[in-house]
Every structure is written in C-alpha cells, then in structure tokens.
Design a protein around this ligand. Structure first.
Ligand SMILES: Nc1ncnc2c1ncn2[C@@H]1O[C@H](COP(=O)(O)OP(=O)(O)OP(=O)(O)O)[C@@H](O)[C@H]1O
Ligand code: SF4
Ligand SMILES: [Mg+2]
Length: 324
C-alpha cells in the first residue's frame, strides 16, 4: 500500500466543547489507484485528508490516535521539517477554491516555476520552460503567452487546471483532491475531472478524491469509502457499491443522485441532519435517520463487518440491506 491510514482519531477543542471529527478512520490507497471518499458535509472527509497531509489546524485540532503510514513510514512520528519536504514533493493536495490557493500578485508562470527553483534547484529560465510544459500538459491553450498572466486573468476551470499542474509538478506519488470541481460549471467539472483521471493513470499516482458527487465517482474511482460522523461506514470496490449498497446510508446517498431516466420525479433525500459532533448518538450514529433501525442500533455500535474480503460495512443488518 502506498498510503494506509489506521484507526485515525481527530478532535477539535473549542469553547463550546470537544468535536469528535474523526473517530477511528482506516483507509488505504495503492499506486495507480483512485479512492473516492464520500459523505455529507461535516462527516470528516477534509479533516482526515488534512491529517494525512500534515496541514491540520493544531490547535484547535488534535490527533488523539492512529497512524498515517506513507511509503512505509508513519508520518505522524516525523518532524515538521521532514513532513514539509514530503508535502509537495511526494504528496500534493488540490483544493476546491483555486483563487484563494494561488497568490494573486505573482504570475502563474512564476508560481509554477517556483516549484522547480525551490525544490529542484533549477535556474529561472529552466523553471519557466517547465512551467510552460506543464501548462501544455493540463491543456491550457496558448501556454507560452499565458504563462506571464496572473490568476485572476484565468477562468475558474483554467485556474483549477493550474492547481492540478502545481500538484503534478514534482510528480508526487499521491494526490489528494478535496472537492476539486465543486466550484465549477457542470460541463467544466466533467472536463477537469477527466483530465485529473487521465493524468493519474499516466503518472500511476495514488489519488484520493473527496467529493459529494456520486455521479462522477462511478467513472473514475476504483474504491469508495463512505464516511458518516467521522467513521467509515462502508468501504468497497466501486462496482459492488453501485450494484447493491451494504449500508443504509450508502443506499440513501445513491438514491439521492438525480437520474436522467426519472426526470420530473422528486429527488429522494435522507431524512434528518448529520449529528452534532459534540454529541454523537450512541450505538450506530446513523440510527436517528435510518429506515432499518431497531433497538440494538440505539445501544451497540456496529464494527466494520466483513462483507467480502474487499468490502466492509458498519451496519448490524448489512445482509438485509444488501438483499433489499
Ligand atoms: N478548524 C476547525 N475548528 C473546529 N472544528 C473544526 C475545524 N475544522 C473542522 N472542524 C470540525 O470537524 C468537522 C468535520 O469537518 P470536515 O471539514 O472534515 O468535513 P467534510 O466532511 O470535509 O465536510 P464538507 O463536505 O462540508 O467539506 C466539522 O463539522 C467541524 O465540526
Ligand atoms: S446499524 Fe442499525 S441504525 Fe445503523 S445503519 Fe444499520 S440498521 Fe441502520
Ligand atoms: Mg470538506
């Protein structure tokens, strides 16, 4: 495994109390593989990714347990200096909002070039040539002219391509993309996602793709991890999940995807709201919203049951859900 997160726990200590944002997450991704991480807002997708990258806000955040094993080393045991070197060079992150991730007063070419001057010791001229190459690579038209322009002179989709170019620049083994296309128009979303998937295959990188959008996942992901209240509730190869979910929450997410053949029909929504992380319900955290819930769900927390050698579900009644 390229990356293996094991039993990760993260809390946030705030004036109002302790928010238990990540409660024993384990997931992994191999070279050349794409893991999609799904779940509603607040389920802990980004916080888990931030802990992996080493960019968590500490304080108020605190990692209270677990391991992040990357290329054989537990990153949580390394010094900040060593982590900084790994970040960028060996793992990189792409965020939703390119405009706030790019420096507005430095040209795009200089920002891309800096990756090569700082990390690879290249001259400015060499770095400029590499920046143009990368802009070509992510299919920004007229790269040679546009390399001198500033971030605000690019459209949202083009800026996101620049972010992808930055992430790719040092050819990292792992990329984490946190909602990389959420801020874009639907048609542009598809183009950017296709580009990312293509480059991931070509460079044989591991990719963790965090998204709300189950629609895009089917085409690009190998595996899916579904998060709820800071836990993985289902983890499986993508085709297994689309065939039949083994957790009622996954089913709820799938049923809320708009489908072309059901135009005009009202969209299903999972009833209720995600829990308050300062006060997570006992037993199965999903029980207040679950159509299959019964007494045991209110008291006994489900472990991640083995559904198959490659699949797990944290539901006492996963068999029932699968047969449904
Ligand atoms: N800087 C912070 N300070 C305090 N609490 C935080 C902080 N960052 C995250 N949290 C807590 O962790 C929870 C999980 O946040 P996270 O950003 O991982 O959610 P997410 O699954 O990425 O949601 P979204 O889909 O909205 O991006 C939040 O609901 C919040 O309670
Ligand atoms: S354990 Fe119970 S409440 Fe939780 S998802 Fe399964 S059936 Fe629903
Ligand atoms: Mg997030």
């Amino acid at each position: 495994m390229l990356l293996e997160v094991r039993d990760l726990h993260v809390e946030f200590h705030t004036r109002d109390g302790v928010a238990r944002a990540v409660n024993g997450v384990s997931y992994g991704v191999d070279a050349g593989e794409t893991l999609a991480v799904l779940g509603e807002s607040g389920s802990g997708k980004s916080v888990t990714a931030q802990a992996v990258m080493g960019i968590l806000d500490i304080p108020p955040g605190r990692i209270t347990g677990g391991e992040v094993v990357f290329q054989g080393r537990d990153l949580l045991k390394l010094k900040e200096e060593e982590r900084r070197r790994i970040r960028g060079a060996e793992m990189a992150m792409i965020f939703q909002d390119a405009l706030s991730s790019l420096n507005p007063v430095i040209s795009v070419g200089d920002q891309l070039g800096e990756m090569f001057t700082v990390h690879r010791g290249m001259s400015r001229k060499e770095a400029r040539a590499r920046a143009i190459e990368l802009m070509d690579r992510v299919r920004i038209p007229a790269a040679r002219e546009r390399v001198k322009q500033y971030p605000h002179q690019f459209s949202g989709g083009m800026r996101q391509r620049i972010m992808i170019a930055m992430a790719l620049s040092l050819e990292p083994a792992l990329i984490i993309a946190d909602e990389p296309t959420t801020a874009l128009d639907v048609t542009v979303q598809a183009q950017v996602m296709e580009l990312l998937a293509e480059l991931q295959r070509e460079y044989r990188m591991g990719l963790i793709l965090i998204t709300h959008d189950l629609g895009v996942v089917a085409d690009v992901a190998d595996r899916i991890a579904v998060m709820y209240a800071g836990r993985i509730v289902e983890s499986a190869p993508v085709h297994d999940i689309y065939k039949a979910p083994a957790h009622p929450y996954t089913r709820g997410l799938l049923d809320s995807i708009p489908r072309l053949d059901q135009k005009g029909q009202e969209l299903y929504a999972i009833k209720g709201l995600p829990p308050n992380l300062m006060n997570i319900p006992p037993g199965c955290a999903f029980h207040p919203r679950c159509p299959l819930a019964r007494d045991v769900c209110r008291t006994d927390e489900p472990p991640l049951y083995e559904v198959s050698p490659t699949r797990g579900s944290a539901c006492h009644f996963w068999r029932e859900c699968l047969d449904d």
